[in-house]
Design a binder for this molecule. Structure first.
Ligand code: GUN
Length: 293
């Protein structure tokens, strides 16, 4: 039976470490880290995510600014707001919550963010610096996974890492990070996606399996070998008659049967998900300490 990789516990621990550091910075008269978040429109999920980010800032002693904009905000208006945030010396880092309304080009906005303040790690310069193993801001989910592997001292050098999913925010960066000459890293990496034939042939070779395709319970026990380390990034909400809320969250991995074969596994919920906030706070602290640039 696998050991659980407890993302909730590690996220809480990291936030506590940051809280202690911020308290010391305050006592020494240093600058209090300041995160801003831009929320355009009234997307329910985005409101929840941004609310959680702002609350986390409060809990650990960061300053936070929430910029709320109407659904009807134009691309030009949003670019002006971004320019203002780039110039605001008190703001160390900021995020523009995605998705944006359809009339705004996400990529154009991302590219307008000053890379020095890009605590989401979505700017092409941040992505390029990641690929070159230069100091940068890693995006929240990959950074969270890296932290989990580190804190559970999972050996990665010389291992075969299989990543399922090639999204720009998870699969693609994870494949780059696991192949880097660094820890975690030094893996031989196979990146699988929707056009990969005979997926099981690949997953059966994985020492480390990172699953981010967004299909509930897709990975089954017959697809993995004994002792595999499994990182499940999937999170799909489905109706269920077994919970009080009438909903249940499912990962991309059939947990019970895969856990029986694995050496380590992240649960859903409570695995990768809770780490994303810790990542954003770590990036903001780095920005305020000017550790990247
Ligand atoms: N939407 C979903 N996840 C994220 C994230 O990590 N950052 C931003 N800006 N938007 C998101």
């Amino acid at each position: 039976m696998a050991e659980l990789i407890d993302g909730k516990k590690i996220s809480t621990l990291i936030q506590e470490e940051i809280r202690v550091e911020v308290s010391a910075i305050k006592n020494n008269g240093g600058k209090i880290p300041h995160l801003a978040a831009v929320l355009v429109g009234n997307d329910g999920a985005s409101e929840t995510y941004v609310g959680a980010k702002v609350k986390a800032c409060e809990n650990i002693g960061f300053k936070s600014t929430l910029v709320r904009l109407a659904e009807s905000t134009t691309e030009q208006e949003l670019l002006m707001i971004v320019e203002g945030l780039n110039k605001d010396a008190d703001i160390d880092g900021y995020i523009v919550q995605l998705p944006l309304p359809k009339h705004i080009n996400d990529q154009k906005i991302i590219e307008a963010i000053d890379p020095k303040k890009d605590v989401d790690g979505f700017h092409p310069q941040s992505v390029g610096r990641m690929a070159l193993n230069l100091p940068t801001y890693l995006p929240a989910t990959p950074f969270g996974i890296v932290q989990l592997l580190e804190r559970y001292k999972i050996e990665t050098a010389g291992k075969h890492c299989v990543v399922i999913g090639r999204s720009h925010i998870v699969g693609s960066p994870m494949s780059i990070l696991m192949a880097r000459n660094a820890y975690p890293g030094n893996c031989t990496v196979t990146l699988c996606h929707s056009r990969t034939p005979n997926l099981k042939e690949h997953t059966l070779k994985a020492d480390i399996l990172i699953v981010a395709l967004g299909k509930p319970e897709f990975v089954t026990a017959d697809m993995v070998k004994d002792g595999v380390v499994v990182v499940d990034v999937g999170i799909t909400r489905m109706t269920s008659d077994k919970t009080k809320s009438g909903f249940k969250l499912f990962g991309d991995v059939k947990f019970d049967e895969v856990a029986a074969k694995a050496s380590f596994i992240t649960p859903v919920p409570g695995g990768v998900g809770p780490m994303t906030i810790a990542s954003l706070l770590m990036n903001t602290l780095k920005a305020s300490k000017k550790e990247v640039y």
